[in-house]
Design a protein around this ligand. Sequence first.
Ligand code: SF4
Length: 144
Amino acid sequence: MNIIVSACLLGINSRYDGDSCNSEGVKALLKRHNLIPVCPEQLGGMSTPRYPSEISAGSGTVKNRHGEDVTLFFMKGAEEALRIAHLYGCKYAILKSKSPSCGHGLIYDGTFSGKLIEGNGLCTQMFINDGIKVYTENDEFLLK
Ligand code: SF4
């Protein structure tokens, strides 16, 4: 099965700080599935490293730590990631938890204080709206 996956979970150094969020559990799925790595923020044209960003609660806009509105980069990246998901016929995605692009169920609240609120990242929401089933690296049942 083709599954679209946040690139950072596969050890790609795509994170805002130039690091990855390597997950051996997710990588182990390579034995059984084709994992397609995407980083929506890079696909949207953002540099790596880059300033961390969060969705401003209630507004739907994404701002970086310096208050710059980066929503358009995030939207473009989500659209490109969805294009790749379609290209490979992906019905499932495994996306990095808490990220303003890839988070599922919980994201940071936009105050850069570490506080989590209910919500999805922009890319996650676009995938869900398109009918793609989204999991995170923490959905252990998936990783067994
Ligand atoms: S946008 Fe998604 S794939 Fe890219 S570094 Fe952030 S969590 Fe990982």
